[in-house]
Design a protein around this ligand. Structure first.
Ligand code: HEM
Length: 148
């Protein structure tokens, strides 16, 4: 059905049954008949919402972005007097075609390179203990405690 069709409120109130269930959310007229059984929140809430503008109820639940995207799938038109918002005005983050996969998140990776060990550290680590040991042995030798 053409999604640009404009309906009056009295037209929508004629679709208030389980077999023919229309609701209004954000000025969009939605035929949710086929969605009743799929609705994770149950079909009862939707049947109770039939023929009404339930924008507030829909928002109060805190529906996810996926749920908001689904609105477009069931849209059959607009309610009379509704100003179609600019893409920029739309705070719903609705996508324009039926359903867009969320953009793959770019992974950014970086390697933390440790500073290379300064050269003199090699000297300190190996040569200094060697010198200390050498001096110790020399001292023992001089004091006569060590016989080579
Ligand atoms: C075409 C319109 C609607 C669609 C596409 C829709 C979609 C969904 C989806 C996908 C969920 C699962 C949770 C999430 O992803 O947010 C959900 C949960 C729910 N929805 Fe809807 N919904 C619609 C209308 C409504 C309306 C009008 C009401 C109330 C008047 C309602 C009440 C609920 C409740 C109570 C839950 C369960 C929340 C929970 O368990 O935490 N929904 N709906």
């Amino acid at each position: 059905m053409d999604k640009e069709i404009v309906f009056t409120l009295s037209q929508i109130t004629q679709h208030k049954s389980k077999q023919d269930c229309w609701i209004i959310i954000h000025g969009r007229v939605l035929d949710v008949t086929k969605f009743l059984e799929e609705h994770p929140g149950g079909e009862e809430v939707l049947i109770d919402s039939a023929g009404k503008d339930v924008t507030k109820e829909f928002e109060d639940i805190g529906h996810s972005k996926a749920a908001k995207n689904l609105l477009l799938k069931y849209q059959v038109g607009y309610i009379q007097g509704y100003k179609i918002p600019d893409e920029s005005e739309l705070d719903l983050n609705l996508v324009t075609d039926s359903f867009k996969e969320p953009k793959a998140k770019e992974m950014k990776a970086f390697v933390i390179k440790e500073d290379p060990q300064p050269k003199y550290m090699i000297f300190v680590e190996y040569f200094v203990p060697f010198l200390v040991a050498a001096f110790f042995l020399y001292y023992r030798y001089l004091t006569g405690n060590l016989q080579l």
